[in-house]
Design a protein. Structure first.
Length: 213
């Protein structure tokens, strides 16, 4: 999960359906294969055929050293993505609030995030952790990885299957398991991970600073 973009991305024919946020660091785009696969899955499920283009062919030329967020929006079958580059700085969450909202759904990475943004604004903390069917899922902008004495774990339920989460699971650095509110005391820290944020960036909150339901 990534930033909450609300405009039409400069597209002249109405709001796009899909959004991808890609990390550009040191002149190189990261996890492009996973971004492409996610786009293809969502596109095929929605329109019954593959998108017919490669994401990397439509990304801006790297401007040089530094950390940037490439924001690519997709108008569905109307055309290829329109991508722009933006300097990126890491968020600084201080508290998280366990929150239930059965109406929240974000299985595809869509541009329309109003329900998520509204919930974050009203949660009473820096961000929320959505609890669904008694299990923790994600924050508003990221998947979560919890640190315990025996390793790193991510909830096996998530709002959005993020590319960084997928990469961490595939590498074996992180394991997926059910994490309910009652099991939080076994963890010490909750890390934010998404296309822009790695574990090493230490964008995190102490579990002691997670507010209960």
């Amino acid at each position: 999960m990534d930033c909450s973009d609300k405009d039409s991305g400069g597209l002249p024919f109405g709001p796009p359906l899909f959004l991808e946020t890609i990390k550009l660091q040191g002149g190189s785009y990261r996890l492009l294969d996973l971004h492409q696969r996610r786009l293809e899955r969502a596109w095929s499920a929605r329109f019954g055929e593959p998108p017919g283009f490669l994401l990397e062919e439509h990304l801006p030329k790297p401007p040089g050293p530094g950390l940037f967020r490439a924001r690519a929006v997709y108008p569905g079958p109307l055309g290829p993505p329109v991508a722009t580059l933006h300097p990126y700085s890491f968020p600084s969450p201080s508290t998280l609030k366990l929150t239930e909202d059965p109406g929240i759904s974000y299985s595809d990475k869509l541009l329309d995030r109003k329900a998520i943004d509204d919930l974050k604004a009203s949660c009473g903390a820096s961000d929320f952790i959505l609890v669904r069917n008694g299990s923790l899922t994600d924050s508003s902008i990221a998947n979560l990885v919890f640190e315990a004495e025996d390793g790193l774990f991510t909830p096996d339920e998530c709002l959005l299957a993020g590319v960084k989460r997928e990469s961490l699971l595939a590498s074996g650095r992180v394991k997926a398991c059910r994490i309910g509110p009652e099991s939080l005391p076994r963890y010490s820290k909750a890390y934010f991970v998404n296309a822009m944020i790695d574990l090493e960036d230490d964008v995190s909150v102490l579990v002691a600073d997670i507010l209960p339901l």
